[in-house]
Design a protein around this ligand. Sequence first.
Ligand code: GRG
Length: 303
Amino acid sequence: GISPKIPLPAFPFQEYMATKAKHVNKALDESIPMQHPLKIHDAMRYSLLAGGKRVRPVLCIAACELVGGDEATAMPAACAMEMIHTMSLIHDDLPCMDNDDLRRGKPTNHKQFGEETAILAGDALLSFSFEHVARATKNVSPDRVVRAIAELGSAVGAAGLVAGQIVDIESEGKQVTLDDLEYIHINKTSKLLEAAVVCGAILGGADDESVERVRKYARYIGLLFQVVDDILDVTKSSEELGKTAGKDLLSDKATYPKLMGIDEAKKFAAKLVDQANQELAYFDTTKAAPLYHFANYIASRQN
Ligand code: GRG
């Protein structure tokens, strides 16, 4: 694992994650009931309720609570984060993209419902995510709701997830620099995590400085998530294969270990945890405990 320099504040993080994820699952289930036309709602619910760690919604709630807001205030936005995350996975799995058969241990949406329905289920989830924030957010000024929706829009579009995906696709089979790799990860992974905490903070009543602190925090933990992913790919597959080089070192996909070496990649991950923690130092340590633990959880996951 990659341990942070500062001691973690005592906090029952696993319990917190489990409780919040349960609340999120209930809200997600209620947000999209089965209705006419059954096929599309069935397909939307199939992927939305298929499990998953619910990292983005829990981060949204944690950021709202950090600045003095409550869970109910953040819940529609929290659900929107998971709707968008889910639709990006549905589209990412399509035959024209990654062509995957399995996701979260189940057949992918297009395997289960067909390609036409999978594309439409993604479109419907994306569209509904914005509608849901606009309609279901309670007790927040219209100005803050509009700011949150704008944040969400830029995180998903051609300056966010879509940007990351297109540059990733374009870079296939080409020489990729560290800057290219960082651009892809910041857009594909960090931007939605960023939107999650930024929207949570905005809806919770945060001032501008707090919003920018949590934004930077999310940017670091998004990159951290990907660096750790790359490191795990190397260590896992070298254990599995009993070889010195993991599968990522053999395939042509660009990764941090391949571009900077495994030791430097580990140092980079440790630096990212420190940088994330430095942003949190602006807040009260007790109130920021869930977010400190989140960074640590991302850094130290083993699979
Ligand atoms: C967003 C309009 C729009 C289109 C989609 C396909 C695409 C554009 C973008 C790809 C985005 C993508 C697949 C990013 C990877 C994100 C990532 C880090 C996934 C893993 O997230 P976890 O570990 O997964 O949170 P679970 O299953 O736990 O939710």
